[in-house]
Design a binder for this molecule. Structure first.
Ligand code: FSX
Length: 387
């Protein structure tokens, strides 16, 4: 596929009909949690959008994020999206290796300086940059020099977004998230061998690069592709919450959208994994479910092409899309063991005690006031449309 083709042209060249294209746009709208009325807008935008270059780098992680993405079976919307971007460098998926792989990264940077999307999974060690290197380049230097030419950065997975498991206590490598690394080390000139970086780096402020956090350990595949689809379509980053997560997917708690919520509201809880409550599908709150304090789309988008999600399989939510979830005090420990809190929540929910108004879910939501960033233009006009 030619890099100069628009997405509309590329899809037609692949034999996708007008009807198929509109179905693709409808699915894209759905991915971005937009109403059906936006389908013609998306169709018009994608018809003209050029294929953005994407450089994907993996640092301290378990490859679960890429595994998650590749678990979506072809032909899928995700597959089409990935056919319609130019994935120029990906540590796990690329065919090239060694010097050829690094040459591909340099070429993508050179051709698309200031316009490419940088996707990062994994955290970055700063305890000793030598803890993790690729092609002899420390993760820190590779991130600093590649971020310099990016239009925007997508931090995929809780490791890149918040530090994740490598950052868990006692954090032996001094792992940082992408945002923290750029904030704390953005003024540092990387030890680089990149001629492209050297040629362009003088006027770059990496501290203020737009960053979208797509946490989850791993994140939901359709959420990753939905964020990329938003770039493709509008050339903007989506609305974000105060933790840099797209509101469309992270705007509500698991608890708010959980099909077991009615049991919580009635005060019906499983007390063990094999009691009558568990068999009847009652709420898993007392077994440690972090749904009330976790913001993600698992309860509606689900996993494995909408098949299920952990709570549906009988396991409490671990809260993996929240910062420091690993150090949160125990996966099987209830958020609050106070039976008073739980019963007040139930009473409140059924309306008899509205004056009390102390529902745990409400408290948690209040703590997480949605400070929303408006759609933010990121200076990728050339990327978004070529006509
Ligand atoms: Fe982290 Fe992702 Fe968890 Fe693993 O790339 S978010 S450990 S699923 O792989 O970074």
């Amino acid at each position: 596929m030619s890099k100069d083709q628009t997405i509309g042209e590329a899809l037609r060249a692949r034999g996708v009909s007008r009807r198929g294209f509109l179905k693709f746009c409808a699915a894209t709208a759905s991915m971005m949690a937009l109403p059906p009325s936006m389908v013609p807008v998306i169709a018009a935008a994608l018809e003209k959008a050029s294929r953005p270059s994407v450089i994907w780098m993996s640092f301290q992680e378990c490859t679960g994020c890429t595994e998650s993405l590749t678990r979506s079976h072809s032909p899928t919307v995700e597959g089409l999206i990935f056919d319609t971007i130019s994935l120029d460098y990906h540590h796990t998926l690329q065919a090239a290796s060694g010097a050829a792989a690094e040459a591909a990264r340099e070429a993508a940077m050179e051709e698309n300086w200031g316009k490419y999307i940088l996707v990062v999974d994994g955290s970055i060690p700063v305890g000793d940059p030598g803890y993790s290197t690729i092609a002899g380049i420390s993760n820190m230097d590779m991130l600093l020099e590649t971020a310099a030419g990016a239009a925007a950065i997508v931090s995929v997975g809780s490791c890149a977004a918040f530090g994740g498991i490598p950052h868990a206590d006692p954090n032996p490598t001094g792992a940082l998230s992408v945002r923290d690394l750029l904030q704390q080390y953005g003024d540092r000139k990387p030890d680089t061998h990149s001629a492209v970086y050297t040629a362009h780096s003088t006027d770059v402020d990496v501290k203020n690069k737009p960053i979208i956090n797509v946490p989850g350990c791993p994140p939901i595949p359709v959420v990753i592709t939905g964020v990329l689809a938003h770039f493709l379509t509008f050339g903007t980053i989506p609305e974000l919450d105060e933790l840099g997560r797209p509101m469309a997917y992270y705007g509500k708690s698991i608890h708010d959208r959980c099909y077991r919520r009615p049991y919580y509201d009635k005060g019906l809880f499983a007390e063990t994994f094999d009691d009558e409550g568990a068999k009847k599908g009652w709420c898993l709150y007392k077994l440690g479910c972090k749904g009330p304090t976790t913001y993600n789309a698992c309860a509606t988008t689900k996993w494995n092409e909408g098949t299920s999600f952990p709570i549906e399989a009988g396991h409490p939510c671990l809260g993996c899309s929240e910062p420091d979830f690993w150090d949160g005090g125990g996966f099987y420990k209830a958020i609050s063991t106070s039976t008073e809190d739980i019963s007040r929540t139930a009473v409140y929910a059924i309306g008899a005690g509205a004056a009390a108004g102390v529902a745990l879910g409400a408290l948690n939501r209040a703590k997480k006031t949605r400070a929303v960033k408006a759609h933010q233009k990121v200076g990728i006009d050339d990327l978004e449309k070529d006509g």
